[in-house]
Every structure is written in structure tokens, then in C-alpha cells.
Design a protein around this ligand. Structure first.
Ligand SMILES: [Zn+2]
Length: 569
């Protein structure tokens, strides 16, 4: 069996050079020509304000209708998110509309985003497709504001103006707004991209079991801040190391995004002496020969950044990026903050890697780490339906044959409602593999719930959560147990963790509603109500009745599908 490895995700993609610039040759001379060069440099540096100021100066020098001026007006309008103006200006500048051109990119972006709904917070503009993606809004804006505040503290930088965040429906739309090919998106598992002065993120509805979409928003925002603060001088390895290391800052300390499965993979490579050498990470980590190599490289650079942050004194990352913004090379900047020559730094980094507390054996990635796109999934409708019960029903990921067989038998018994027998088989599987498989732990826990063995079920789920942090299924099942025990704080935490991966499960909001009500948390209750109205398409007045169904359920089959009212026709 091939080992599934979490693919590198949310990477920085395409460089500016990938786009056909196709720009009208500047017929301008003297100061105007110099201004255009500055303008290009500002755009290259991710300094949109600088570009805008330069453009205003250029407008004083050149006739308003000359093509180079209109071209740059279009480019700047695009970075500012004014897509209509960008299309008008680029068209007027005489650039051709062909695949890979700025005009095509800008037109596609306009068409994809034009009917989006919009929400704003102090520092962000959040654009999302009409419909159920509306449930993303409050959590997304909270996360973005939190990472904004954290990075202002850690890196001493906050971008000017409001940052745009655009949700796209699927890989095909992500391809159009990013210029990354669909094939590249699939092979690299890219789910979000930071480019063109904004974040572009695929809706969690495009991924079978959801994905860590809130961490991903934070991750992309780190990329944005790093690009802007350093004036786009940071190479890919350092970019990804910083983004992975700092992405958890919206919810706690840095470094919280390293998962046991990634750590276990890294450990196996350390033991086999098969780390990815630093030189191979150039020019792009996405070009490494296998997904495992890529995942290993990402883990390696995570620890490089962690070591710099923890050993190079206060504000080390802030100082490193500030030096690079002034033109210092990445190696010199690292040497300067770590006070180590590069080869010495590399040796210290490898030593730091090797002393991590690696799990003894490989751990399969959690469901949400795999980020399997709905459109790629086998029989998506079937999978969609099964997803509420951790959808890998055939336990294909279970490497141990005896455990897989026991789990199969357990599932067979469950389907025949022979719960006690099912529990025995799942227990046998569980005793063989422990907490390694999210699927076995959750199925075992469900049979235990059915047998009213709540304490054992909770123990199994807690163990699974250590190995597979963030699992939406595990958290949802834990919320059921806590609700039964009226531990409302626990319900709340489990629900918030669950929706950070799968934000479209009505049960999570119904549990959250009950918890918020008991905790007298009005704002949270209102968020839960709003989400339920969107997801179930019911009137607000019916929510107490629908939420009660969880409490009245057997905790195994929770169904919140609204029953039609008599006059529903
Ligand atoms: Zn990234």
C-alpha cells in the first residue's frame, strides 16, 4: 500500500514572470520612463500604495490616454481589487486577451467574483459565493483579525488598507484567478494562494471531509505579510517555513500546526538518513520528485524557522525580514540574526531536527490533511452522504491486515444493528492499532455510544484527537458526549474545533446553539442561529425544536434534516 502523505498545500504559486506581460512598449522618455520603472518595481515588491503614488506622478507627466499609462492603471486597479476598472484600462491599453495574459486573468477574476457577497472587518474584506458559504464569514473574520494582531506583534508589520480575501468554489476557479494550471493545483494539492495583493482560498465545501480552512486563511495571510514586509525578497523555503510556523498564531503559540503524522514522516526520514538537502529546495519545493519529499522538506523548513525564532533572541524573525527588505540576501540575514556562519547554521538546524520527539512509527495523515477535492473523489454523491460518519468506510488506509479485517467485520455488524458484536470487532482492531487511525477510533466510539458506554467512548476519542488533532468527526462526536453530560464549555470548544475543518455540518451549529444558550453567550448563539438558517433553510423560530433533536437522539444517528411543515405543499 502506498503511504498517503499530506501534500504541500497553500503554497505560494506562480511568479509574476509566469504571466505574459505583453505590455505596450513604453514610448516615454526621461522622467516618465523612470517613473514606469519605479512603478514596475513597486508592483514587484508587493507595494501597491507605492505603485499608486507613482502612477499619480506619471499621470501628471503623460497624456491620460496613452497606452502604457492605461496599462499600468489597469495593473494597479487589479491589485486594488477594482476589477471592472482593471478590465477597462487593460483593454484600452491594447493588450491582447489570450490565455496567460493579464487581461484574461483580470477578466476571469472579475467574472468569478462579481456576484460574490461581501463582509468586512477592521482590516479585511471577505468576498464569498452566495449561498452556504455565508456561514464562513464570522469565523473567517475573527481568525483573520487575530492573525493580523499576532503578526503585527511578532513581525512588527501590518499591511496598509484592508486586505481582500476571495473564496472560490473549486480548483477550476482557483486556477483561473491564480494562473496556476489545474494540473499543478491537483498534483501539489494547492488549496489556497496568496498573490496579487490578496488571499484566494478554496471553499471547504470543495473538499470531501473539509480541511483546516481557518489555519489556511492564517497561513496565506502570513505569506502576504512576509511578502510585503520583506519587499518580496524571501525565497520559497523561508516563506513556507514562516507560514507553517506562524499559521497557528491566530489561536495560540507559533508552531502549533505541526501534526503528529508530519512529525512521524520526518522522523522516518531522519532515521533513514533521507532528509531533503537544502540545495534541492531550490528553485521550488513543489518540484521535488515525490509528495513525501515535499512534505519532508516543508517539515524541515518549519524547524529551521522554529530554531531561529527560539534561539536567535527577541524579534529574530522580524529582524531577519527587515534586513532582507533592505536588500540583504537570505543567507546573510540568517547569519546576521543567528550569529552563525551558514554552514554552522545548517549543522545546528540538522541537529535541531534530529532531536525532535518523533513518534516511533508512521501515522497516516488525518482526513482533513489529505484535502481530497470533491470533484476528484470517487463517486462523490455517495461519499458526500457517508462523510458524516468518517467516510473511509472500507478502512483502506489501515495497513495492519488483521485490524482492517476486524474493522470490516465491525462495520458489517453495525449495519446489521448487531451493536455488541460490532463493538467487539472494533475493539479488537483498536487494540491492535491504538490511536493511529481516525476511522477505527470514531467507528469504535460510535458503537460504544450506542451501548451507552460514554466514558470509554470519550477516552477513545480523546486519544484519537492527540494523534489526529483537529479532526471534525472526532470533535463532533466528543460534542455529543459532552452535551449529554451537560458540559457546555466542552461542547463549545469541540464545536469550534470541528467547524474549523468542516463548517457546513448543521449538527455542529445546533450543538453550539445549545451550548451558547446554556452559557448565556448571546453573540455565539446568534452566530449559530444564523448558520442554521442558512444551512437548513428554515425559519429562525424552528431552531429550538431542531436543536432539541440532538438531545433526544441516541447520539449515534443524529439527523437534523427539517421535517416539512404541513402546509409546505
Ligand atoms: Zn504556504
Amino acid at each position: 500500500m502506498t503511504l498517503l502523505v499530506p501534500l504541500l498545500v497553500a503554497q505560494l504559486a506562480v511568479t509574476q514572470a509566469d504571466l505574459d506581460t505583453d505590455e505596450p512598449l513604453p514610448q516615454l522618455k526621461g522622467e516618465a520612463k523612470a517613473r514606469i520603472q519605479n512603478l514596475e518595481q513597486f508592483l514587484e515588491d508587493w507595494d501597491v500604495q507605492g505603485a499608486r503614488t507613482e502612477l499619480a506622478e506619471l499621470e501628471k507627466l503623460a497624456p491620460a490616454d496613452i497606452e502604457p499609462l492605461r496599462y499600468f492603471k489597469g495593473r494597479v486597479a487589479f491589485e486594488e481589487g477594482d476589477y471592472e476598472a482593471a478590465v477597462t484600462e487593460l483593454t484600452a491599453s491594447g493588450v491582447r486577451d489570450k490565455p496567460g495574459s493579464w487581461l484574461r486573468l483580470v477578466t476571469d477574476t472579475r467574472d468569478i467574483v462579481k456576484d460574490h457577497d461581501r463582509a468586512e472587518s477592521e482590516h479585511f474584506i471577505f468576498l464569498y459565493p452566495k449561498g452556504k458559504d455565508a456561514v464562513l464569514v464570522p469565523w473567517a473574520l475573527d481568525t483573520l483579525e487575530a492573525i493580523h494582531a499576532a503578526l503585527e506583534k511578532d513581525l512588527g508589520f501590518a499591511p496598509p488598507g484592508k486586505i481582500r480575501v476571495e473564496i472560490v468554489k473549486n480548483a477550476s476557479e482557483l486556477s483561473k484567478v491564480s494562473t496556476l494550471t489545474k494540473e499543478a493545483i491537483r498534483t501539489t494539492g494547492t488549496i489556497a494562494i496568496c498573490k496579487f495583493n490578496k488571499l484566494m482560498v478554496t471553499s471547504p465545501s470543495a473538499v470531501l471531509t473539509g480541511y483546516d480552512w481557518l489555519d489556511t486563511l492564517a497561513h496565506e495571510y502570513v505569506h502576504l505579510v512576509v511578502s510585503k514586509k520583506s519587499r518580496n525578497t524571501v525565497p520559497i523555503w523561508m516563506h513556507e517555513g514562516l507560514a507553517k510556523y506562524l499559521e497557528s498564531r491566530w489561536r495560540g503559540p507559533a508552531g502549533g500546526a505541526m501534526t503528529p503524522s508530519t512529525l512521524a514522516l520526518l522522523g522516518s526520514r531522519v532515521r533513514a538518513n533521507k532528509l531533503v538537502p537544502f540545495e534541492k529546495m531550490h528553485p521550488s519545493m513543489a518540484l521535488l520528485p515525490t509528495a513525501e519529499d515535499a512534505a519532508t522538506a516543508f517539515a524541515e523548513v518549519f524547524f529551521a524557522i522554529q530554531m531561529i525564532d527560539s534561539e536567535a533572541g527577541p524579534k529574530a524573525l522580524d529582524r531577519m525580514l527587515s534586513e532582507m527588505a533592505k536588500g540583504t540576501s537570505e543567507k546573510s540575514a540568517v547569519e546576521s540574526v543567528t550569529k552563525k556562519k551558514w554552514p554552522e547554521f545548517e549543522r545546528a538546524w540538522m541537529a535541531h531536527l534530529k532531536k525532535q520527539p518523533f513518534p516511533a512509527e508512521l501515522i497516516p495523515p488525518s482526513a482533513h490533511e489529505k484535502k481530497q477535492l470533491v470533484e476528484n473523489g470517487p463517486g462523490k454523491e455517495k461519499e458526500k452522504k457517508k462523510e458524516r460518519e468518517v467516510s473511509f468506510g472500507d478502512f483502506a488506509e489501515v495497513a495492519e491486515t488483521s485490524a482492517r479485517k476486524s474493522a470490516h467485520l465491525g462495520e458489517l455488524m453495525r449495519e446489521r444493528r448487531r451493536t455488541a458484536a460490532a463493538a467487539e470487532h472494533f475493539e479488537r482492531a483498536y487494540l491492535t492499532v491504538g490511536d493511529r487511525y481516525e476511522s477505527i477510533s470514531n467507528k469504535y466510539a460510535l458503537t460504544l455510544l450506542e451501548l451507552k458506554k460514554f466514558d470509554v467512548a470519550e477516552k477513545v476519542l480523546r486519544g484519537s484527537l492527540v494523534m489526529h488533532p483537529g479532526s471534525a468527526s472526532t470533535n463532533t462526536h466528543l460534542a455529543r458526549i459532552a452535551l449529554k453530560a451537560k458540559k457546555y464549555d466542552v461542547v463549545k470548544t469541540a464545536c469550534l474545533d470541528s467547524l474549523a475543518v468542516n463548517p457546513f455540518d448543521p449538527e455542529v451549529y445546533a450543538s453550539l446553539y445549545l451550548a451558547a444558550k446554556a452559557l448565556q453567550d448571546e453573540p455565539l448563539k446568534n452566530r449559530a442561529i444564523k448558520a442554521l438558517v442558512v444551512l437548513l433553510g428554515i425559519d429562525e423560530s424552528r431552531i429550538p425544536e431542531v436543536a432539541k433533536r440532538i438531545e433526544q437522539s441516541d447520539l449515534v444517528d443524529v439527523d437534523l434534516t427539517p421535517k416539512p411543515t404541513p402546509d409546505a405543499g
